[in-house]
Design a binder for this molecule. Structure first.
Ligand code: FAD
Length: 825
């Protein structure tokens, strides 16, 4: 059995110990620098409000499990969760609209929620100022987590089950040999380990440093204050109950002023996110193992009254009962923020056996702990953790400056109403393709992803709107779906379908797998047979052992022992690199994304353009569909891949970065005679969806198997070699899917949705939207959605958008060119 060391006895570390013991793991040691009865991390003072619903299905489900788990931890008849419900109030019309969207997320992710009128808010919460509240969102299953108590009860129960706890014992080093962990260093010795999990909360950066692993989190102080007793709440029996159980009112959020509230018996607790970000360096706090008590602990800094002043004014406005009280006590408590607000989770890319579960709220603590226990014991978690993976960050996103700026920005925006496409304002232009200056000249509108600047459309194409045929004219959009959108997208889509367009594909991940062991590695990891001759592209899946989808990738065999991978995420690179290391010698993985660049040249006239600048053979014979070869274009050495995400004839043309601008200019010039335009991601997304191409992480993830997701064709049934997930897909291929990713079109031909909206059948929420776009071919908005397997083509459903139900129909897919005539010409 594996020897596990968990660093940190906060709510995450203790839950992890529990989840592992309950799965039969025996050799577990938890090492905690603080005293075990009050370790002194964020958990020791967390007020423990659990609002479960977010735009993220993963985070919502992690929270839902945490609620269940905390309810089950009990002693003396008292659990660790007080299910008082959660109430979020709107005091502005924009927030009221936002709550409708949030209600939609709750329906999508299976959380019972209700939009409530101002009157109902007041009934539920009589202290509210009736002149301010416009309405609210009530979630009955939300409530207060008794996090410190849960931690103590878990220490007690898991100790009985054999978990060793070393209190007042700092970990000062991680011991390693041959790329694997071997133990942790503690004063006077070593605790040997095969697996180490850092659950060190905001100290995570310091633990990461011990192994040269940058951890993208920033410790920030956040203000929390308690009032003196509110006369209306004085003298209740409740007031003598332990912290957390001494409340009956719902937990309350007033996000328009960055505030949240809970009861502490007769007193109010007020949390505030409206103050300036206050970054902290964890190592400067020292390893305090003495003198920890309620008021003295490393995670608790002095209250700065002046920062709290606006919060106090606004709190008294919303809750007039507070006007007769004062601030009795307050502190600036420290916890972790990250560049995208998610936790950092999973195995380190550079060290086998070293895992992290950090930047985790109490709200998600047990969910994250269970997911990690499942990864350790079964190799995957039942809740998809793609968006939490430590390896999701690009190298540039791991620098301290980036982490600091973006995490502070996240703190500032935590309660803001954010559009799903809203990009960071800063830092920008971290990564630009060699075409960047040309794109700017064409008036590109850039959105950011992974540090890359990606054009969404080009203002230079605005004039095309005048010549757009009537049936291509874009529909009017509502004020929400028209943000970060331009009707120019329709013109660029039209040009791609009817003439030719060039797309900047540089930001897609490209890496090379080379060496005599490369074929063996890729055969073992993917669902396709990639042993084809050099010059062939395969589109295949990476699966986990249970047949869940880890990713879809393109594998192009360039030479006998050289493969190029086109991948979705940095996590793909980390995974394949680790597997290569594990396989031993004879295979090397190298990221070539930044040293190369790529143009997608697609459309019925693409061949006319390329022929004008290259004497190589681009006929069907010279380069068949899913073929790849080297070619000289306008004197530039390139590698040309015959494939297309938009469903038209054409190629991805790749060259070394220094030739990029020259390649762009050559294609752009040659295209002038053939109606070529530069086109952006707006058109790209619409066109790929018309072709039914799924995007990993949005349309499908590890929770889905290939047959449900409609990508069963990426599994080579005749492949005899063993590969990860083979026995699972052999079994799954014989079952009929209980749910399916389906293509919907919107009946009225104009109502847009954006993704994550719930889908209803007979008044009941039965699924949710993943991607959506306007479908130019069918002249209707289209959406992909996860729906029950028994709903067939032609079935009518309703998509809920800001509380409105929009009729839609399950449609045969793909909507565009199902016979592949366009791509194969
Ligand atoms: P911690 O509780 O910090 O545990 C980490 C442990 O690791 C610590 O005990 C530490 O001593 C130990 N450790 C660190 N380094 C070492 C080392 N080298 N050797 C040994 N041990 C080490 N979350 C919510 O969900 N809802 C809320 O309402 C909420 N409100 C909050 C209000 C405030 C004021 C603050 C500060 C936080 C709040 N949070 C809330 C966040 C929440 O408290 C934390 O995210 C959560 O407690 C983190 O738990 P953890 O187990 O990861 O970290």
């Amino acid at each position: 059995t594996q020897r596990v060391v968990i660093i940190g006895a906060g709510i995450v570390g203790t839950n992890l110990a529990d989840e592992l013991v309950s799965r039969g793991w025996k050799d577990i040691t938890v090492v905690e620098q603080g005293p075990l009865h009050m370790p002194g991390g964020s958990t020791s003072h967390a007020p423990g409000l659990v609002f479960q619903t977010t735009p993220s299905k993963t985070m919502t489900h992690l929270a839902r499990y945490t609620v269940q788990k905390l309810q089950s931890i009990e002693k003396d008849g008292q659990g660790c969760f007080n299910q008082v419900g959660g109430l979020e109030v709107a005091t502005t019309p924009a927030r009221l609209e936002d709550l409708k969207r949030k209600h939609g997320y709750a329906s999508s992710w299976g959380i019972d929620a209700r939009l409530v009128s101002a009157e109902e808010c007041l009934e539920m919460y009589p202290h509210l100022n009736k002149d301010m509240v416009l309405g609210g969102l009530h979630i009955p299953s939300d409530g207060l987590a008794l996090a410190a108590r849960a931690t103590q009860l878990l220490i007690e129960s898991t100790s009985k089950a054999g978990v060793r706890y070393l209190g007042s014992t700092p970990v000062t080093g991680i011991e390693r040999a041959n790329g694997r962990v071997t133990g942790v260093t503690i004063p006077g010795g070593t605790v040997p380990a095969d697996i180490i999990v850092s659950c060190a909360g905001f100290w995570g950066v310091e633990i990461g440093k011990m192994v040269g692993l940058p951890i993208p989190l920033l410790p920030l102080a956040h203000q929390y204050a308690k009032t003196t007793t509110v006369p209306a709440l004085a003298g209740r029996d409740l007031n003598n109950k332990p912290n957390g159980l001494n409340a009956t009112l719902p937990i309350l959020r007033h996000q328009d002023q960055d505030l949240y509230f809970r009861e502490h018996g007769g007193q109010y607790g007020i949390g505030y996110y409206g103050h300036r970000p206050m970054p902290v360096v964890a190592s400067s706090l020292g390893l305090t193992s003495q003198n920890v008590d309620e008021k003295n602990m490393p995670s608790r800094l002095e209250f700065t009254t002046e920062d709290f002043a606006p919060a106090w004014t606004e709190s008294q406005k919303l809750l007039p009962a507070l006007r007769s009280t004062q601030i009795e006590d307050g502190f600036n408590g420290i916890f972790s923020f990250t560049p995208d607000g998610g936790p950092v989770f999973g195995q380190a890319p550079n060290l086998d056996g070293f895992y992290v579960a950090e930047a985790v709220w109490v709200t998600h603590s047990a969910g994250v702990a269970r997911a990690l226990a499942e990864v350790l014991t079964e190799g995957r978690s039942q809740i998809d953790m793609t968006e939490c993976e430590l390896t999701r960050f690009e190298e540039i996103q791991l620098s301290h400056d980036y982490v600091s700026e973006t995490s502070q920005q996240n703190f500032v925006e935590i309660y803001d109403i954010l559009h799903p496409l809203q990009p960071k304002e800063s830092p920008r232009t971290l990564r630009t393709s060699p075409f960047y200056s040309r794109e700017k000249d064409l008036g590109a509108y850039f959105l950011e992803l992974g540090g890359w600047e990606r054009p969404f459309w080009y203002e230079a194409n605005a004039g095309l709107l005048n010549s757009l045929p009537a049936e291509w004219k874009p529909v009017e959009r509502d004020s929400w779906s028209s943000q970060f959108y331009s009707p120019i997208v329709a013109a660029e889509a039209w040009k791609t379908r009817n003439a030719v367009a060039m797309f900047d594909m540089t930001s897609f991940h490209r890496f090379e797998v080379a060496g005599p062991g490369a074929l063996q590695l890729l055969q073992r990891l993917t669902t396709g047979d990639i042993a084809a001759n050099p010059g062939t592209i395969s589109w295949v899946l990476l699966l986990n052992d249970q047949g869940g989808i880890r990713s879809d990738i393109f594998v192009s065999r360039l030479e006998e022992n050289v493969f190029q991978i086109g991948a979705n995420t940095a996590t793909d690179l980390a995974y394949i690199s680790r597997e290569a290391r594990r396989q031993g010698q004879w295979v090397q993985v190298r990221d070539i994304t930044g040293s190369t660049c790529c143009i997608g040249l697609w459309g019925p006239r693409a061949r006319d353009v390329i022929r004008a600048i290259s004497s190589d053979d681009f006929s069907n014979k010279g380069l068949p569909y899913f073929g790849v070869k080297n070619a000289i274009i306008n004197g530039i050495p390139t590698t040309v891949f015959r494939k297309s995400y938009v469903g038209e004839l054409g190629w991805e043309i790749q060259t070394s970065a220094e030739y990029g601008q020259r390649l762009w200019d050559a294609i752009f010039q040659a295209g002038k005679n053939h109606g070529l335009v530069a086109a952006g991601r707006g058109a790209f997304n619409a066109l790929r969806l018309e072709k039914g191409y799924r995007t990993y992480g949005i349309d499908m993830n590890t929770e889905h198997n290939p047959y449900e997701a409609g990508v069963g064709h990426m599994i080579r049934a005749s492949k005899w070699e063993e590969y990860v997930g083979k026995s699972a897909v052999d079994r799954l291929s014989k079952q009929s899917p209980l749910r399916r990713l389906r293509c919907l079109t919107v009946d009225d031909g104009r109502s847009m949705v954006l993704g994550k909206e719930p889908v209803f059948k007979n008044g009941k929420a039965v699924g949710y939207v993943t991607s959506s776009a306007f479908g130019y071919t069918v002249r209707k908005p289209m959406a992909y959605a996860w729906l029950p397997g028994n709903l067939g083509e032609g079935a009518g459903v309703e998509i809920e958008y800001f509380g409105r139900r929009i009729a839609a129909t399950i449609t045969v897919e793909p909507l565009y060119d199902p016979e592949m005539k366009k791509m194969l010409t």
